[in-house]
Design a binder for this molecule. Structure first.
Ligand code: FAD
Ligand code: NAI
Length: 463
């Protein structure tokens, strides 16, 4: 048997890679993880999930003070923005969590090889001057921003999500290209801090992939919050002049062009897998049309001993999907049976209200067969009403014959937390009747899930 430097070599220390490395080490394997960043944690901890949530959380407090939401509850304050301090708490959150992964690597004896990895052959990878061999190699290199042809991101005037986290002053006018998750989260942060925000979206609706009702309701609520939208609109050019930009847009179907003057432009039209410089060919691998490394149900590529997980592999580009694949791949390498149910990966947009969903949209479910739909408005939920959060709803889609729940969609302040219950119920094969007859604590937002389940079967109580 060949003598390898490591049992497992993981390339990339994002939520996919670092979790795979730790799990493999916990299972008794000798593990190294290659990461070229100065800190561990990948996109998510360094420039994604965590810093964006730090800014969303802080800006939400500012907005609540500024927009009268606090005054409504008897708290009169006139907020003053200290943007430098807001950024400092963001950086603190990132430092704490990325440092935490470094501690976990040491604790679990995962060796961090600093540098960029490139395949030499199917069991050898170069990292700087060094060549390392491993019996199994996990590609977890993540993704980066999809560029918009003809639009150069300079991280000053025209930024991607990383630049949009770091503005040193609130832009007077921020034009966001792309009405997806990043556009709406980043747009919300800067709108709350005082910017005028215009979102330009190519499609007729925002949030592709979400349930149709949710997309409509979300658009209505964001408009109410003062974000302006140009849907069905394409950007034909961005001209930077000094510290400003002119964004030229026109209707997606063709028509008269319009110029938008902006202090900053955020490009947020999706992300694409990172495989540049990996030299996949040397390992006998290639990418598919979407630039992803194809895997089978076990997360194995077509080359024996090479696996791929997270954003670089097919599926939703979400941290929890990457993490679950990280655990599963380590278990598969160790000869156990690692499983990820890709049909039940929840999606959450961390705006206010939050938007969450799991399973099929109503549109997709209808295409598959007969369904029943139950909807319950948050305006009928005592806790949401008491908290002055009447917007949104819970929607449950179930199979007309078996009553098995096929999809759940939620808009409310704590939708991201509530969707876990729905996901678990669906993982256990729950029917809407199961949810309707489960006792939910009062007064909680979660009672709306029970009432939506009652609506699938007939009538809820509180509407
Ligand atoms: P990544 O986290 O991208 O990590 C890959 C790592 O590999 C990187 O650190 C990179 O430096 C390293 N690497 C790449 N190539 C090499 C190489 N050749 N050699 C060495 N190292 C290499 N998802 C959520 O679920 N919830 C959220 O709230 C959320 N918010 C987000 C907000 C923003 C602004 C962005 C941009 C993304 C957000 N995401 C969120 C998505 C989430 O960040 C990704 O889905 C997740 O990070 C993917 O994990 P990964 O391990 O596949 O890759
Ligand atoms: P996205 O795919 O969510 O949205 C991109 C949007 O841009 C789409 O609505 C698309 O129609 C639009 N678009 C594409 N080309 C366009 C063009 N030329 N002009 C105008 N609009 C155009 O991608 P986004 O927002 O960049 O986020 C990337 C990924 O990061 C997400 O898909 C998600 O997986 C992940 N993410 C997850 C978060 C979360 O879980 N809360 C937060 C942020 C990112």
């Amino acid at each position: 048997m060949a003598d390898y430097d490591y049992d497992v070599l993981v390339i990339g220390a994002g939520p996919g890679g670092y979790v795979a490395a730790i799990r493999a080490a916990q299972l008794g394997l000798r593990v190294a993880c290659v990461e070229s960043r100065e800190t561990l944690g990948g996109t998510c901890l360094n420039v994604g999930c965590i810093p964006s949530k730090a800014m969303l959380h802080a800006s939400e407090y500012f907005d609540a003070a500024a927009n009268g939401a606090m005054a409504k509850m008897g708290i009169k304050v006139t907020p003053e923005l200290d943007l430098a301090a807001m950024h400092a708490q963001r950086l603190d959150a990132v430092k704490g969590l990325t440092g935490g992964i470094e501690f976990l690597f040491k604790k679990n004896k995962v060796e961090w090889l600093k540098g960029r990895a490139s395949f030499v052959d199917a069991t050898t990878v170069s990292v700087g001057d060094r060549k390392v061999t491993a019996k199994d190699i996990v590609i977890a290199t993540g993704s980066s921003v999809t560029p918009l042809p003809g639009v150069e991101v300079d991280q000053k005037v025209v930024v991607d999500s990383t630049g949009a986290l770091e503005f040193s002053r609130v832009p007077k006018h921020l034009v966001v290209i792309g009405g997806g998750v990043i556009g709406l989260e980043m747009g919300s942060i800067w709108r709350r801090l005082g910017a005028k925000v215009t979102v330009v979206e190519y499609l007729d609706q925002i949030l592709p992939g979400f349930d149709g009702d949710v997309r409509k309701e979300a658009l209505k609520l964001f408009k109410k919050q003062g974000i302006e939208f140009k849907t069905g609109t394409k950007v034909t050019g961005v001209a930077v002049n000094g510290d400003k930009a002119t964004v030229t847009v026109e209707p997606a179907k063709g028509g008269e062009a319009q110029a938008l003057e902006a202090d900053n432009v955020l490009v947020a039209i999706g992300r694409r897998p990172n495989t540049d410089g990996l030299n996949l060919e040397a390992a006998g691998l290639s990418t598919n049309q979407r630039g992803q490394v194809e895997v089978d149900h076990d997360l194995a590529t077509k080359v024996d001993g090479i696996w791929a997980i997270g954003d670089v592999a097919p599926g939703l580009m979400l941290a929890h999907k990457a993490e679950d694949e990280g655990i599963a791949v380590a278990e598969n390498i160790a000869g156990q049976t690692g499983i990820v149910n890709h049909d039940l990966i929840p999606s959450v947009v961390y705006t206010m209200p939050e938007i969450a969903g799991v399973g099929l949209t109503e549109e997709a479910a209808r295409e598959k067969g007969e369904i029943k739909v139950g909807k319950f408005p948050m305006a009928g939920n005592s806790r949401a009403k008491t908290n002055h959060e009447p917007d949104g709803f819970v929607k449950i889609i179930s199979d007309a014959d078996s009553d098995r729940v096929l999809g759940v969609w939620i808009i409310t302040s704590v939708a991201g937390t509530m969707i876990a219950q729905a996901t678990q119920a669906m993982e256990f094969g729950a029917t809407s009747e199961d949810i309707a007859y489960t006792c939910h604590a009062h007064p909680t937002h979660s009672e709306a899930l029970k009432e939506a389940a009652m609506a699938v079967r007939g009538k809820p109580i509180h509407v």
